[in-house]
Design a protein around this ligand. Structure first.
Ligand SMILES: C[S@@+](CC[C@H](N)C(=O)[O-])C[C@H]1O[C@@H](n2cnc3c(N)ncnc32)[C@H](O)[C@@H]1O
Length: 268
């Protein structure tokens, strides 16, 4: 019998929970703790910062879906945003987020739960909904995910996405020839994987079973348009924003699109 959305979500929650200690023990988390202790610290790169500024983030209410350890929504708050809320279903990662917030005395709420079940009390509460780096692939149902984005946005609010380009799902960075496509762009998944989810390339750490879903760029655009969101900005970039093993795709003579930014606006 095939799994339900709740089954996939529960499996992925267990996999992220099991992976959380590796992240909290790593050098990256220590550097974030030190960083957020400084006033105004931001881990955001120039591209995301510029897009947030173009959306006039100062004073705006911002939600980040699947915020993980909260480093990005805390940075958004430090850019001068108004109410900031990070949503994620991993209690262990949200505990890390609260540690980072406490390090800098940053006023940001973190809400634990399945993104598909965010309480109606948050409907229409946000000027900007932020989604970054490795979120869509965890979503068994992209249409339902965009329905949540839509209901969280205020009229006239904007969805801001900074994500891995789905073409990268065709490649295996650890393969003998990492530049040879090995998966169809049109493969839907789910792809079942085992082991800890880490960003620093450490191989074979023990972890749980997880499920990855491949959403094409056209799937993403279709669900956004189906919700009535108006595409306002779209750029593809040649640089990796994901795990370090994908750095092998940077600076190539035949350059792939490795990441992208999208802004789509809800009607006023
Ligand atoms: C790759 S991480 C996001 C990383 C973050 N953008 C960053 O760069 O720090 C993906 C997150 O999605 C969360 N997640 C996956 N499925 C979810 C669901 N159904 N509801 C809520 N959170 C979910 C995981 O717990 C994980 O923290």
């Amino acid at each position: 019998m095939s799994k339900s959305r709740d089954d996939y979500t529960a499996a992925n929650r267990a996999a992220w929970e099991a992976s959380a200690p590796y992240h909290e023990e790593g050098a990256e988390f220590a550097s974030l703790l030190a960083g957020f202790a400084e006033p105004g610290f931001s881990c955001l790169d120039g591209i995301l910062t510029e897009r947030l500024e173009a959306l006039r983030v100062a004073g705006k209410d911002v939600a980040q879906l699947c915020c993980n350890n909260g480093r990005e929504i805390l940075s958004v708050k430090n850019l001068g945003a108004g109410r900031c809320v990070g949503f994620d279903q991993s209690a262990a990662f949200l505990a890390q987020a609260r540690r980072l917030a406490a390090a800098g005395g940053i006023d940001c709420d973190f809400v634990e739960g399945d993104v598909y079940k965010i309480p109606a009390g948050y409907d229409g509460a946000f000027d900007i909904v932020l989604i970054t780096i490795g979120v869509f692939g965890w979503m068994p149902d992209l249409g339902a995910f965009f329905a949540v984005v839509d209901r969280l946005l205020k009229p006239g609010g904007a969805l801001l996405v900074y994500e891995d380009h789905p073409i990268m799902n065709m490649f295996e960075p650890g393969a003998a020839d990492p530049h040879k496509p090995v998966h169809s762009y049109f493969e839907a998944g789910p792809i079942e994987e085992q082991g800890a989810i880490v960003y620093d390339g450490t191989p074979n750490l023990p972890g749980a079973t997880q499920y990855w879903f491949v959403h094409k760029l056209s799937d993403l655009l279709s669900v956004a348009l189906d919700r009535g969101l108006a595409l306002e900005h779209f750029r593809e970039y040649p640089h990796n924003i994901s795990s370090v093993e994908f750095d092998v795709y940077n600076d190539q003579p035949a350059q792939l699109p490795v990441s992208y930014v999208l802004v789509a606006r809800k009607g006023a």
